[in-house]
Design a protein around this ligand. Structure first.
Ligand code: NAP
Length: 417
């Protein structure tokens, strides 16, 4: 493919998709987008950690060949003011796997969030957020080690579709009239109106991914989180489609919670995954009081947005929470925080969110040994209380490290394993 600014490293090979499976060479080209604000700081630190972990895991037999791709302000400088160049989308699709730092949403009319645009353009329908505790990380929980779950949030539907009609506009009045006169429903005059589409297709492809993930990684349950008691035909339908999918597509692997009690007296048979569902409001409570009962969680866009940040706060918050946005094959891993512009270029912030998103990326391509190396080394640095400012202010006796200093400390632990 001919690109204007993107250059693939000549020594690397592309990941391919064959029969729905990723085929990963020993020298894969992975795309990365540095991002805006603190993006360059956390990306350069993370790249060094990832390379060190690959070397530790595989010596010289495997190596990532990184291809820089451009979005946001850096892209605007290279592509005549275009923050969202098509060739970056083409390259991500071509390389299949990429990782990105945070992006500024330019303020002013006409700009959509670049992150939302990226998810929509590449149909990255599953937002995946693992939430787990590393010993030593400051947490408001009494037993944070009990929090260990992975949230699958649907990324393309729900009230995030932007189907909204402002109060006082002709479109709003037309819809209000239709709803009152044709559909027989009523509401206050001048109400703003929004539409919440939830489809079987959108729900099932998200829940399918969550169930498959649970099967592949040996998790024991998938919990559907919804407000189906109130929104029966959207959130309630999501729940029903989840159980339907389990019956149709995973009859040998998944049992419902009802079956668990009726047929197995509450004892989960070895190897089976229990599908259960919980109302969203009680789920927030349960995740504080009894988090150990939950493992993989599947939910819609708005619930997932709230739930993923609330759960991340239980295990260290925004500086550490990793994430990914995934389509059927293409996957973009990302820092879950923003560009924190007041800290840009200060070599100050915590690189963990991006760095641990890289751990997810290595697991995704099947390089689990690399993920293991980082997962082993990371808590050792935290236990020595060598942490960036955000953790240092919550810990007694911590040594405050710069972004690059934290990466150096981590690489030292990796080399010492
Ligand atoms: P933000 O950049 O996430 O920063 C909010 C606060 O979170 C920071 O002031 C800082 O807290 C803390 N923080 C963020 N990243 C951190 C890190 N790596 N280490 C330690 N602390 C960190 O949110 P924002 O200020 O609302 O948004 C700024 C820009 O980012 C906006 O343009 C927004 O559109 C964009 N954004 C992008 C993404 C994305 O690309 N995925 C996501 C969210 C927002 P303290 O001030 O307490 O130190």
């Amino acid at each position: 493919m001919d690109y204007r600014n993107v250059k693939y490293p000549e020594s690397g090979e592309k990941i391919r998709v064959v029969n729905d499976q990723l085929v990963v060479p020993d020298n894969p080209i992975l795309g990365y987008v540095e991002g805006d604000g603190i993006g360059p700081d956390i990306t350069s630190a993370s790249l060094r950690v990832w390379d060190a972990a690959v070397e530790k895991a595989y010596g010289s037999s495997k190596k990532v060949h990184w291809a820089e791709l451009y979005l946001g302000e850096k892209a605007a400088g290279l592509y005549d003011g275009d923050y969202f160049p098509q060739e970056t989308l083409d390259a991500i699709q071509d390389l299949v796997v990429a990782i990105k730092g945070p992006l500024t949403t330019p303020v002013g009319g006409g700009f959509r969030s670049l992150n939302v645009s990226l998810r929509q353009s590449l149909d990255l329908y599953a937002c995946v957020r693992p939430v787990r505790y590393f010993p030593g990380v400051p947490s408001p929980m009494r037993k944070p080690e009990e929090v260990d779950c992975v949230i699958f949030r649907e990324n393309t539907e729900d009230v995030y579709c932007g189907i909204e009609f402002q109060s006082g506009t002709p479109e709003n009045e037309k819809l209000a009239q239709f709803l009152r006169e044709e559909m027989g429903v009523n509401f206050f005059d001048g109400a703003g109106l929004g539409v919440k589409p939830i489809s079987a297709f959108g729900s099932k492809r998200l829940i399918r991914k969550a169930v498959q993930y649970a099967i592949d990684r040996g998790h024991d349950s998938v919990t559907l989180v919804h407000k189906g008691n109130i929104m029966k035909f959207t959130e309630g339908a999501f729940r029903n489609w989840g159980y339907e999918l389990a019956k149709e597509e995973f009859p040998d692997q998944v049992i419902s919670e009802d079956q668990l009690w009726e047929e197995f007296d509450g004892q989960r048979p070895e190897g089976k995954i229990v599908m259960k569902d919980r109302i969203a409001d009680i789920m927030f409570q349960l995740m504080q009081l009894r988090p150990a009962e939950f493992s993989v969680i599947a939910t819609m866009n708005l619930n997932g947005d709230y739930l993923s940040d609330a759960l991340a706060a239980e295990v260290g918050g925004i500086g550490i929470a990793p994430g990914a946005n995934i389509a059927d094959h293409v996957a973009v891993f990302e820092a879950t925080h923003g560009t924190a512009p007041k800290y840009a270029g200060q070599d100050k912030v915590n690189p963990s969110s991006l760095m641990l998103s890289g751990v997810m990326m290595f697991e995704h391509i099947g390089w689990n040994e690399v993920a293991d190396v980082i997962n082993q080394a990371y808590p050792r640095v935290i236990e020595k209380k060598k942490v960036t400012y955000d953790f240092a202010r919550q810990m007694d006796g911590a040594t405050e490290m710069s972004t690059s200093g934290f990466a150096d400390a981590l690489i030292e632990e990796i080399n010492a394993l």
